[in-house]
Design a protein around this ligand. Sequence first.
Ligand code: SF4
Length: 240
Amino acid sequence: MEWPVQLPVIKSLPLLDKAIINCKKCPRLVSWREEVAVVKRKSYIDEKYWGKAVPGFGDEKPQLLIVGLAPGAHGANRTGRIFTGDSSGDWLFGALHKIGIAKIATSTSIDDGQKLKATRIICVVRCVPPDNKPSNDERDMCAPFLQSDFQISLATTRAIVGLGSFAWDAIFKTLTILGHPVKKPKFAHGATFKYSHMGREYLLIASYHPSQQNTFTGKLTRPMLESVLKKGGRFASVVN
Ligand code: SF4
């Protein structure tokens, strides 16, 4: 299925975030996100889960854009902020703090005081999928939100980091729809693609996703993640 192009694309991040939070277009994901929020994990039994779609987080004029897969069941689906409240978030924000982009080294709740320097984090699919596996139809249903996020951010964004092959594919599909002259290299940790469009230089970089599957097994180490993020941050003039 070709990715749908949403017309008109939502033109402001507050409106986009609101549309994402209110979205109920995927019956299976709506049902799953709400079920997880009711059943809960034992360790969070006294907490009120978010249980809705999760918008992006960070600077409204990002020079660096980071794209993940989808919210975590007991992370973002619990806290309401992307990459917040689980191990993947600890890894990502820990690395961003180490290189001078995140204000604090942890990401525990929506009101923890976290702040990102000229950087925004988004996901391809905005609702938690069972087994972290959205269907192609669900990915396509959510694609207009990704297109809107890109269209708004690309006024300032110069580097985009894709966390995992799912995000890597979605970045290239989205940029193609938006008229950027991109050609996807095979996904690998550290793979890059540089191009010019309308007089601006862009850098796309791939990283293994900081999921427990990768971090527990040592496939992704903290220096590996920091290195990719630093490369993107430097290209986008966010860090030195
Ligand atoms: S995955 Fe995206 S399109 Fe589907 S319900 Fe969630 S926000 Fe809406």
